[in-house]
Design a binder for this molecule. Structure first.
Ligand code: GLN
Length: 267
């Protein structure tokens, strides 16, 4: 009798330990927000981005992922009661990362109006309107827009983007010599400065940010093409998270936070 009581007590202790450990291990929070003691209930999401897309997605001097998208997503998370951490992917791996569950949200200046993308992920309400432009060296006076790119020209863009689609389309039509598709827009802009390519096709606000950074050695020519609108994306069918993102976004637009962030990141 005595012995079985002891065993029962041991089993109880073991079960309680397992529960406590289990509670820790399966927590969806990394323990950063422990002030109120209920951090285990705070959902924690991995946000996938591609950080060569300033001012939306970039890195600071210490290598941290920062930008308009991050500030906006941080504010949504705070509003809706979840925490986030950012992970860098190549642009064409963003959608697969959310499809496979390696990430929960995409925040990457991604055009939400693309039907092929809409088949693979669910997009939030859109948060920024944009379009593609042609960037050339400041002293180039032959290229004045999309229609004056030539069949002898090499035109760079980033893999998996609307800009790459456009460059590939122009190459197939013989309107440019070659579409040079790189992993990052930083590489495209460097190639332009070095004279390795004749032009870059990129989203207008991003072009403006790189041009300012490069001290005006490059410039936008002609009119923007292909209007697009950026949205955040989640795994298909994740209605709960999508509703939270939309709710948070609407509140931030209403209370003026959205405008403050635009003022902070866009000159
Ligand atoms: N807006 C473009 C797209 O959706 C490029 C986005 C990016 O490079 N981050 O394809």
């Amino acid at each position: 009798m005595k012995k079985s009581k002891k065993i029962a007590a041991l089993i109880l202790v073991a079960a309680m330990t397992a529960l406590a450990l289990g509670g820790c291990g399966s927590s969806s929070d990394d323990g950063e927000s422990t002030e109120n003691g209920d951090s285990e209930k705070t959902p924690h999401y991995i946000v996938a981005t591609e950080p060569t897309f300033p001012p939306f997605d970039t890195t600071d001097e210490d290598g941290n992922i920062v930008g308009f998208d991050m500030d906006l997503m941080n504010a949504i998370a705070e509003e809706e009661g979840f925490t986030v951490e950012y992970k860098a992917f190549e642009f064409d791996s963003l959608i697969p990362s959310v499809q496979s569950g390696n990430a929960d949200i995409i925040a990457a200046g991604m055009n939400a109006m693309d039907p092929e993308r809409q088949e693979k992920v669910d997009f939030s309400d859109t948060y920024y309107d944009s379009a593609l432009v042609v960037v050339v060296k400041a002293d180039n006076d032959t290229v004045t827009g999309f229609d004056t790119l030539g069949s002898d020209m090499r035109v760079a863009s980033q893999i998996g983007t609307t800009g790459a689609d456009k460059a590939n389309e122009l190459a197939e039509a013989g309107e440019i010599g070659e579409a040079v598709i790189n992993n990052g827009y930083d590489t495209c802009m460097l190639q332009l400065q070095n004279g390795d390519v004749d032009a870059v096709i990129v989203d207008k606000p991003v072009a403006e940010t790189y041009i300012a950074k490069q001290g005006g050695t490059t410039k936008i020519v002609g009119e923007p093409e292909g209007a697009e609108s950026y949205g955040f994306a989640v795994q298909k069918g994740n209605e709960e998270l999508l509703a939270q993102i939309n709710d948070g976004l609407a509140k931030l637009v209403e209370d003026g936070t959205y405008d403050e962030l635009v003022a902070k990141w866009f000159q």
